[in-house]
Design a protein. Structure first.
Ligand SMILES: [Zn+2]
Length: 273
């Protein structure tokens, strides 16, 4: 068993998960270190193209870009992506995570395909109608388990059974557990996951209802879920800059514990008199 598969098996405790793995879509020029493999077995930090600038730059000095981007194939094991090639350019970090995570979702939920929407343009930069998606570290993904691109809220803004909380949670845990070492600190490769504010509220209540079973990773997923309008038919996954991307501008790695953004879990801030 290769080291890669062995680490995966360790990470998931299910050996058969490794069976659906696809080779990387790009040649491995720089092989991962054993530490990188252990921290983020689904990630390629080095190959397949680099992100530059910011995911959501505001002007020409901070606009994001992509060098030697990877074109995500329109279909792969466990996923389908958009038809238009112009929507499917990704950093190696994002391409590796999408391609390696999809088979694991399908292994767990055999009828589910990960449905991937816009990522970035070939050389990055502003990408209408998105305000971000500039450097190949953002991907729009339909809520896991949905087959059509449609809201998972009803007309009153209530979460409907179209939203499969278990499948989405499984995926968010899978991606959030992928770690990298950035500026000497081990951190999740996921920077944030944008969902509609009403979906975040729903997830806070759902998590609270099973509080006794929550582990540290569940709490970390809650901190990643950022309530953002316009995300009721898909979620938006943003990754941090790979430490190998030398001119990438990303979110700072926070030190210490972050709030979950759920009133159910976060103590109110008491101002001293
Ligand atoms: Zn997006």
């Amino acid at each position: 068993m290769s080291k890669f598969i062995f680490v995966l098996a360790l990470a998931f405790g299910v050996r058969s998960f490794a069976a659906g793995l696809q080779p990387m879509p790009f040649p491995i020029v720089t092989p991962p270190s054993s530490e990188e493999l252990m921290l983020g077995p689904l990630l390629d930090l080095h190959n397949g193209g680099q992100s530059t600038g910011a995911a959501q730059g505001k002007d020409a000095t901070t606009w994001g870009g992509l060098i030697d981007a990877t074109l995500l194939p329109q279909q792969g094991v466990g996923y389908v992506a958009g038809r238009r090639e112009t929507d499917r350019w990704a950093s190696g970090l994002m391409a590796s995570l999408l391609i390696n995570s999809a088979p694991l979702v399908q292994e767990k939920y055999p009828t589910t395909l990960l449905r991937i929407g816009g990522i970035a343009q070939q050389t990055g930069g502003p990408y209408k109608p998105h305000s971000s998606h500039q450097n190949g570290l953002d991907a729009d993904i339909q809520f896991v388990g949905t087959v059509k691109y449609q809201s998972v809220l009803d007309a009153n803004g209530v979460v409907t059974p179209l939203f499969d909380v278990e499948q989405n949670w499984f995926y968010w845990r899978l991606v959030t557990m992928q770690q990298m070492k950035v500026s000497g600190k081990v951190t999740s490769a996921v920077s944030m996951i944008l969902v509609d504010p009403r979906i975040k509220t729903y997830l806070c209540a759902w998590a609270k209802s099973r509080e006794a079973q929550l582990d540290a990773l569940d709490y970390e997923v809650l901190t990643k879920l950022r309530p953002t309008e316009g995300h009721d038919d898909h979620f938006h996954l943003r990754l941090r800059c790979s430490p190998a991307y030398t001119s990438c501008i990303g979110e700072r790695v926070p030190s210490g514990k972050r709030p979950t953004g759920c009133s159910e879990f976060d103590a109110p801030i008491v101002k001293s008199l």
